[in-house]
Design a protein around this ligand. Structure first.
Ligand SMILES: NC(=O)c1ccc[n+]([C@@H]2O[C@H](COP(=O)([O-])OP(=O)(O)OC[C@H]3O[C@@H](n4cnc5c(N)ncnc54)[C@H](OP(=O)(O)O)[C@@H]3O)[C@@H](O)[C@H]2O)c1
Length: 246
């Protein structure tokens, strides 16, 4: 199956792992790409790599720093993305999370609140913003639906003591995604996809690296099928797979 060229995506939560691999793959297809996360320096370097991957294609690559855990700031950043890309989004990928060690015996209320804001509040804000007239529904009658893609793992079902705060926050954010998956198709003609990664993603050359959890491998194995399937909806949302575990 193929994926169309020249579409619009905003990725919220951008770093050196899955988000970068996703952006690089879509850049090679000529997509217009907006990148949002907190560190301007990191965004600038990643945007350069993404532009390099365009290989002659002419998609736009823009970035903006914003804290996704703050609703007003996130919505303003997403509005900016639509303006810069020159059109509504075909895909919004919510990928932000604080992936940090924390033990249930010493995690602070502040840590938990911060994680909850980045994971759950950010997902809620993004989904509601996307459904408020910011998704490109012009091709739905041709079988191509806009997609809200929310990256996750299995911590919601199998919480781990060493990432206690993230486990709690992910349980909340994945509940938000599953509720959106029930509502958004009927209410806003938006599909929801949840790529769920069952292991630790590590860069090549670093300790714990495995080919199975290589970021490029994950994009190809578990993200790409959502992009292919969102364009082949001759029977609407019927048969759409919300959760894919890798
Ligand atoms: N890495 C893993 O092993 C693993 C495993 C299973 C699931 N996941 C899920 O995958 C997603 C992350 O993907 P990734 O690990 O491959 O990382 P990534 O795509 O390389 O980057 C994630 C980026 O999110 C950004 N971020 C964190 N807090 C933010 C905030 N408050 N506002 C805006 N951006 C923020 C960070 O950049 P800034 O610091 O610049 O903001 C970070 O680099 C998360 O949903 C995570 O739960 C990861």
């Amino acid at each position: 199956m193929t994926v169309s060229e020249n579409r619009n995506i905003a990725i919220v939560g951008v770093g050196s792992l899955m988000s970068k691999s996703l952006a690089i793959w879509l850049a090679s297809l000529g997509w217009n790409i907006a990148l949002v996360s907190r560190s301007e320096k990191s965004l600038s370097a990643i945007a350069d790599e993404v532009r390099h991957a365009q290989k002659g294609k002419s998609g736009k690559v823009v970035y903006r720093s914003a804290d996704a855990g703050e609703p007003t700031i996130l919505k303003a950043a997403l509005d900016w993305c639509v303006q810069e890309l020159g059109g509504k989004l075909d895909v919004l990928c919510y990928n932000a999370a604080r992936v940090a060690l924390s033990n249930i015996m010493d995690v602070t209320c502040d840590d938990l609140e911060q994680d909850f804001k980045v994971s759950a509040v950010g997902t809620l804000t993004s989904g509601q913003w996307f459904a408020s007239g910011n998704a490109n529904v012009d091709r739905v009658s041709d079988g191509e639906w806009p997609l809200l893609l929310v990256t996750g793992g299995l911590l919601d079902k199998q919480p781990e003591e060493y990432v206690a705060s993230l486990s709690c926050a992910k349980a909340a954010s994945q509940a938000v995604s599953r509720l959106f998956a029930k509502s958004l198709p009927q209410k806003a003609n938006i599909l929801v996809g949840m790529p769920l990664i069952s292991g630790r993603v590590v860069s090549p050359g670093e300790e714990g690296y495995s080919q199975r959890f290589d970021a490029d491998e994950i994009i190809s194995a578990v993200f790409k099928p959502f992009f292919e399937d969102r364009e082949k909806r001759s029977r609407g949302q019927e048969g759409w797979i919300v959760e894919r575990v890798h």
